[in-house]
Design a protein around this ligand. Structure first.
Ligand code: GLN
Ligand code: ZN
Length: 757
């Protein structure tokens, strides 16, 4: 008998039904009962998809109205004080999104994915109390359909590890308060049915695990596994190996261990131990976070390798992680090129892959039905065709990238900055912005109309140029010194470049949940990357021609382009990144030849690309820095290179950022309570820097006084010659009514400070 398993399934719906109904509800346009109705339909549909595909282990409680960490906080009764008195959906959505009296809970990235979870707030004085209703009712809903689900839970150790303490202390100190609630929960679950499987996700185990945390594993799982002998616990990790934790888990009475064999190849080291412990082994071999069709032969041989160490009877074939991180179904990709579409597989398609693979592995090809045989052959053929497709391979690109020798710019920073200061003539505390200005409904409409061919190229360009003219006029009037064009032609900082690069593909319906109701549609890199023609030069030269001041050119860096795309799985990431870098270096060369004197290369996602384990950080930094430097290597000494990053957790990477060798970096500061300033003070920083003087993520208009104060704080840690003054990120999500007075205040503040110097 073949056995297969899916860690979790996306919930947003194939047509983003959940998103749509949530947003209607939040806008007071439908009652909550409508949200409940749609949710139930979605859950049923998703269970049925899995059942029809022949999946044995289907999950309940992988659904969520907003986020599973938030659901877990509710399950434990971990409700921050400011939401007390609220109930049900009022409470839930207030925690997620805030309300008029209380700010929302913080949100942050789920490991190294683009999914964001709500960060629970805990305190020693809280009293936790079980609320199991969601978990129990989802199980029953599935059972009514005749589906006995495994119940997915976020494990206590991961829950604590990802929470924050609002009083003093570490969240792990609350282990003794949380564990009893999980125990109670399991006791409730045990009453549901004769035998139940519970999947407990502990992805925190894949990070470098401290001895203190490691020591919680045994008491935790000894306790939970003993709650009832009718419960079978599977502890699941993903995105990396979890060998340290596995060593402990094998000595607890859990029934199974689920490991990611794609992103955690080192998990192989634990196989022998798991085998000896007699536990079930859930083998994550089908990629749950990429869009490529599984290669049945490769996966089958991986399973065969595993079965050399592990008793086949105890193997269960699984996705590498929850399919939450993959789009829903290829069914709606009506416009996609058929050749490329044949290389892809979204969540629904992955279900059939898992099911077929397990049948192949356990029963062999001789037991295939005709249909299965056809599917198997089609899989082999699609993979073969992809491998030999001329659309993937471009020898010219490969040769150029291989022999690319210009690994950095001419001249040291010290030499360059002297030349640049003289040539560009900007003052100390020079004012600038990060690139984008408000994306008005008119701009969005013009872009969309042009895409649909509803307006001509001329009309479109006329509209964009008008916007740029207004944007320049405003900046000049306001007194900003280094200008930007406002980025009206870009809907997204990665997609804009992807659309113009060879080797990039786009989907029509490849939505992936980012947080709550928000979804993103990442482009995908399928082939060697090249730049058929300049991407930004026309817009930049036009913009520069409209002003006497310096116009800053705007590009997205290689690491950010890579991190916000689905990346081909047939080439190592650093090689793909290098191809992008080489293409960008050509763009920079064209820009400077066209008279652009300052060019900003945004690396918004540089930090989030960091590996989960320290052991891999060195390698990542090495190629990420290499490729940033390659992309700017064509810049002459006179051309000033800026970069921008959207965060300030810099303590550990400040030297790496320096190594990127940009002349100027703009960076987030104000929102994170000036954390960054401490580092500047303690360890210093070499290049020029613009620590954002106000938070653009809020509609609030900062006053002149408060910006003056902020600049004075900056001057305490960095000399005026090294400082730039700017907001902390692009302004595209703001309204003109907010941006105008904010920037006017920023310029006034700089004038006041300069007078006092
Ligand atoms: N230049 C981009 C902008 O201003 C940078 C965006 C970002 O950092 N996320 O929109
Ligand atoms: Zn930013």
């Amino acid at each position: 008998m073949s056995k297969n398993y899916v860690v979790g399934f996306p919930r947003i719906g194939e047509q983003r039904e959940l998103k749509k109904v949530l947003e209607l509800f939040w806008a007071d346009k439908c009652p909550f009962s409508e949200v409940e109705k749609v949710s139930l339909e979605l859950k049923k549909r998703h269970w049925n998809y899995q059942k029809e595909a022949g999946i044995n282990y289907i999950s309940s409680n992988d659904f969520s109205l907003y986020d599973n960490m938030l659901d877990t906080a509710i399950m434990l009764g971990a409700i921050p004080k400011r939401f007390e008195g609220l109930q049900n959906e009022d409470l839930y959505f207030s925690m997620a999104r805030g309300n008029k009296d209380a700010v929302a809970m913080e949100m942050t990235k789920w490991f190294n994915t683009n999914y964001h979870y709500i960060v629970p707030e805990l305190s020693l004085s809280d009293n936790y109390e079980l609320n199991a209703s969601k978990i129990l009712s989802e199980y029953k809903e599935a059972k009514e359909l005749g589906i006995k689900t495994k119940i997915n839970l976020i494990g206590p150790i991961t829950f604590l590890g990802l929470s924050k303490r609002v009083d003093r202390g570490e969240s792990y100190e609350l282990f003794f308060k949380i564990l009893p609630i999980y125990k109670e929960l399991l006791a409730e679950i045990a009453k549901l049915d004769e035998k139940i499987t519970i999947q407990i996700d502990e992805p925190i185990f894949v990070k470098d695990i401290e001895p203190k945390v490691l020591s919680l594993i045994k008491p935790c799982y000894d306790t939970l596994a003993k709650v009832s002998n009718t419960i079978k616990i599977v502890v699941t990790t993903y995105f990396e190996h979890s060998n340290e934790a596995t060593k402990v888990l094998v000595h607890t009475p859990v029934w199974g261990i689920g490991l990611d064999f794609l992103y955690g190849v080192k998990n192989v080291e634990s196989l022998k131990l798991i085998e000896e412990s007699g536990k079930q082994f859930i083998a994550g071999v089908v990629d749950g976070r990429n869009i490529w069709k599984n290669n049945m032969q490769v996966s089958a041989s991986l399973l065969t390798e595993i079965s050399k160490i592990f008793n086949k009877e105890k193997i269960i074939v699984s996705s590498s992680c929850s399919l939450l991180h993959t789009p829903f179904s290829l069914k709606y990709e009506e416009k996609m090129d058929n050749e490329i579409k044949d290389w892809l597989s979204y969540s629904v398609e992955k279900l059939s892959e898992i099911s077929l693979l397990s049948k192949f592995f356990f029963e062999g090809i001789s037991n295939f039905t005709n249909e299965e045989k056809e599917a198997y052959e089609a899989n082999i053929e699609a993979n073969h065709k992809r491998k030999i497709s001329i659309r993937i391979h471009n020898t010219e690109v490969q040769n150029r990238v291989k022999s690319f020798t210009k690994l950095q710019r001419d001249g040291s920073y010290e030499e360059r900055i002297k030349i640049q200061k003289k040539l560009l003539g900007y003052k100390d505390l020079a004012t600038t912005t990060i690139g984008s200005f408000p994306q008005t409904p008119e701009v969005r409409k013009a872009r969309a109309d042009f895409k649909k061919s509803a307006i001509s190229k001329d009309t479109y360009e006329y509209e964009m140029k008008n916007y740029i003219n207004d944007c320049i006029a405003f900046q000049e009037e306001c007194g900003i010194e280094i200008l930007v064009h406002g980025e009206p032609e870009r809907n997204d900082m990665v997609e804009y470049f992807g659309e113009q690069l060879e080797g990039y593909g786009f989907s029509q319906n490849g939505w992936v949940q980012s947080y709550g109701s928000r979804c993103v549609k990442p482009p995908f890199i399928y082939g060697d990357i090249s730049r058929p023609k300049p991407m930004t030069v026309d817009w930049m030269t036009y913009s520069q021609s409209k002003t006497e001041r310096i116009m800053k050119g705007m590009l997205t860096g290689p690491v950010t382009i890579l991190n916000w795309s689905f990346v081909r799985d047939d080439m190592p990431r650093p090689e793909v990144s290098k191809q992008i870098a080489v293409a960008l270096s050509d763009e920079i060369n064209d820009l400077q030849n066209a008279g652009i004197k300052i060019i900003q290369v945004d690396e918004a996602a540089f930090k989030e690309g960091y590996p989960l384990r320290k052991e891999n950080i060195g390698t990542y930094e090495q190629w990420a820095v290499r490729d940033f430097k390659i992309s700017v290597s064509s810049a002459k000494k006179e051309t000033q290179i800026h970069t921008h990053m959207c965060y300030s957790e810099f303590n550990d990477i400040i030297r790496t950022i320096e190594d990127m060798d940009a002349d100027v970096i703009s960076i987030e500061t104000a929102r994170s309570g000036n954390e960054l300033l401490k580092i500047f003070k303690e360890v210093g920083y070499k290049q020029e820097v613009g620590p954002g003087v106000y938070d653009i993520h809020s509609p609030r208009i900062p006053s002149v006084e408060e910006i003056v104060k902020q600049i004075e704080l900056l001057l305490e840690v960095l000399p005026k010659e090294q400082l730039w003054i700017n907001p902390d990120c692009g302004l595209k999500t703001r309204k003109w009514e907010e941006v105008k007075p904010s920037l006017e205040n920023m310029v006034k503040a700089v004038e006041l400070v300069r007078e006092g110097l």
